[in-house]
Design a protein around this ligand. Sequence first.
Ligand code: C2E
Ligand code: MG
Ligand code: MG
Ligand code: MG
Length: 279
Amino acid sequence: RAKSEGRNLYRFFEPAMDAIVQARRALEVDLDAALPRQEFDLDFQPIMNIASGEIIGAEALMRWHSPARGNVAPDAFIPVAEETGLIVPLGEWALRQACAAAASWPPGLRIAVNVSAVQLKSGGFARSVISALAFSGVPAGQLELEITETVLMDESKAVLSTLRQLRDVGIRIALDDFGTGYSSLGYLRRFPVDKIKIDRSFVRDMGNRDTAAIVRTIIGLGNELGIVVTAEGVETEVQLDMLRDNGCEEAQGYLIGVPSKAADIQRLLKARALRSQTG
Ligand code: C2E
Ligand code: MG
Ligand code: MG
Ligand code: MG
């Protein structure tokens, strides 16, 4: 009886399943064609030092302008690119593009680039990063690579040695979306991490007492360990004040600046640098 019910259920869902599989395959095909067709570009979102109010750099965020699909959000296409392996050449493109943009910023500003676990585990990642730096002329100390906790979860020796190699040349490593994954404090001990980025879901809910306690604890942890803490998704003055009061070093979010085109961020960074020179 159960068996025949299962069969009926399957027959009922089969057309829907087919449609999902086909839509997914079509997305993969479009995504594969998008890199040679130059449908990707990068936005840059400023990051601020809370105490001084200075912009200290920007994060590169990938954008896909598909002629057929319109603008597709990274959360919709990055996971697919990770599964097909396209993220390796796509990520390398982003890194080179981001470094090229940062090369024309005022000196000393930092460029942050998101890196997928798949890239880190692919052979030759450290070499490709170092070559992107050399090609652009951006000093290693100005590049920050944002990884998520999933990268650290499998505890592979290869990942650890890649991260060490990158850090040895002066590149900084940031843990993105901190607090959302299987956060293990052990990671902070075993892996070389320079920065943690508090996920924006915590910043959003800071009005809640328990969430505020979590944010304070993350900031305290960072301060104790000598790890810079950046708050993501800062949208209100109230949030910024709370972060400042709790000793959070850096903030990023719509309040400070939305992700913008390379030319616009360059203009903003130059104007700021000029203003701080002339006082
Ligand atoms: P992320 O690295 O945590 O980036 C921050 C996300 O928060 C960005 O979404 C940004 O637009 C958004 N955001 C910034 N400020 C605010 C705010 O005040 N409020 C709200 N509600 N959102 C804010 P985006 O651009 O859609 O990117 C989503 C995710 O896609 C990124 O999260 C990152 O994990 C991934 N991603 C983006 N570009 C790349 C890339 O080049 N390579 C890889 N591997 N992943 C990327
Ligand atoms: Mg990020
Ligand atoms: Mg994040
Ligand atoms: Mg994210």
